[in-house]
Write a protein of this length. Structure first.
Ligand code: FAD
Length: 378
């Protein structure tokens, strides 16, 4: 419910999964939202994303779950295997069972397909607009872009990813923490691995592992395999990988895992980074969201889920808020979200979620969070 005449003007910096989800959430509460993105055209980048019930419940409230389901795969179970002998150490039923338990499905999507659904819901994005600076006055903010243009807003949301310019402008440069792992991310045409079951499989191999699952409505299998590497010297964030190098790194792995890795049609390598949890998520009329705020290692498959949850809670905190009431509302958003995202950042670093002997977060803790119902204290 909006309690003022003029709609809240919001500028979202970054049109990734988090920024677009935030734009959808904010439009639903009547805000006037502009999204500004640095790239001049979107490419189908990234590979698979797992969307657990906490993420799909958030998408349902945004009115997007039917569309996302139509481009997704719905796995039957999560299976953990010992990479060496292939023994299964844990099987968590997904499919109907997880949906009955948490009220929302577990889905696998190609990031590009999820991005398309969000983009379609948002409509217009200002492409080629790289945010380079901010001027905060008493009653509004001005975002400056690299092409010399600017945009004024009552609220600015920095959803500009792990190397966030908005975060650096707020808190100064902070190097991301290299995990010592480089992830090979591959896509396998479905007909090369047609007998691979419709599960989310994780092959645990000591200091490395391999995760695979179906995406693109079952046309492609996605996999990610983080392996140790002492330093990362590539200039670009991602580089092409070689199947031979990956198979060498997975030399002790059981045959089904090696078969998936060996069948890749495209293979990228990118270093895995995260950051320590931030103590504050913004300042004044400016707040961070998604990887800009809480980048995490992908070992709980929750980075995009956390960004989507952020979007929902942000929308709820700003609902009915006037331009004068923005600052306490943004503080509430951070207070509600930061315990949750810090716990998942920590759990992701520990890399024992669903291994079978985890002493940390359970699937109930992670999947049972409902961003639409979590209490928001005034
Ligand atoms: P991003 O998607 O990085 O988007 C940021 C956007 O901001 C980009 O479009 C960028 O171009 C733009 N931008 C940057 N700087 C500027 C600027 N100055 N001005 C304007 N625009 C700017 N998550 C899951 O939930 N499930 C998974 O299974 C999963 N698997 C993963 C596997 C791997 C190997 C990795 C590395 C990550 C995985 N994640 C997963 C995490 C997930 O991809 C991210 O957490 C999520 O995409 C973050 O979304 P975001 O919108 O915050 O950032």
């Amino acid at each position: 419910m909006i309690r003022r005449d003029a709609p809240l003007r919001v500028v979202v910096v970054g049109a990734g999964i988090g920024g677009l989800a935030a734009a959808v959430a904010l439009r639903r509460i009547g805000a006037q939202v502009e999204v500004h993105e640095q790239v001049s055209a979107f490419a189908r980048v990234g590979a698979g994303l797992q969307l657990a019930p906490n993420a799909t419940a958030a998408l349902r409230g945004l009115g997007l779950l039917d569309k996302v389901s139509s481009i997704a795969c719905r796995p039957e179970s999560w299976c953990s295997f010992d990479a060496g002998d292939g023994e299964m150490s844990l099987r968590l039923p997904l499919g109907d069972e997880v949906e009955d338990k948490f009220g929302a499905p577990y889905l696998h999507v190609h990031r590009g397909d999820l991005h398309d659904v969000l983009l379609d819901a948002v409509g217009n994005v200002h492409l080629g607009h790289r945010a380079v600076g901010f001027d905060q006055t008493g009653d509004h903010l001005e975002v400056r872009f690299g092409d010399g243009s600017s945009a004024a807003a009552d609220v600015v949301i920095g959803a500009d990813g792990i190397h966030s310019t908005v975060r650096a402008a707020l808190f100064g440069p902070m190097a991301a923490v290299f995990s010592g792992l480089v992830a090979y991310r591959g896509i396998v045409p479905g007909d090369r691995v047609a007998d691979t079951p419709l599960v989310s499989a994780k092959w645990w191999g000591g200091d490395r592992h391999l995760v695979h699952y179906w995406v693109s409505s079952g046309r492609e299998l996605n996999f990610v395999a983080p392996v140790p590497e002492e330093t990362w010297t590539e200039e670009s964030w991602a580089a092409e990988g070689k199947v031979g190098d990956l198979l060498e790194a997975l030399s002790g792995f059981a045959e089904p895992a090696r078969r998936v890795a060996g069948a890749a049609a495209s293979l990228m390598r990118s270093a895995l980074y995260d950051r320590e949890p931030l103590r504050t998520w913004g300042e004044g009329r400016l707040a961070l969201l998604g990887d800009a705020c809480h980048p995490m290692l992908p070992f709980m498959a929750q980075g995009a889920g956390m960004a989507i949850e952020d979007a929902v809670v942000l929308g709820r905190c700003l609902d009915g808020v006037s331009a004068e009431e923005v600052e306490p509302a943004l503080r509430r958003y951070a207070e509600v979200r930061s315990p949750r995202t810090s716990a998942v950042q920590g759990g992701s670093r520990a890399n024992d979620f669903l291994r079978g002997t985890s002493s940390g977060l359970s699937s109930e803790d992670v999947y049972g969070y409902d961003a639409w119902r979590v209490p928001i204290l005034a």
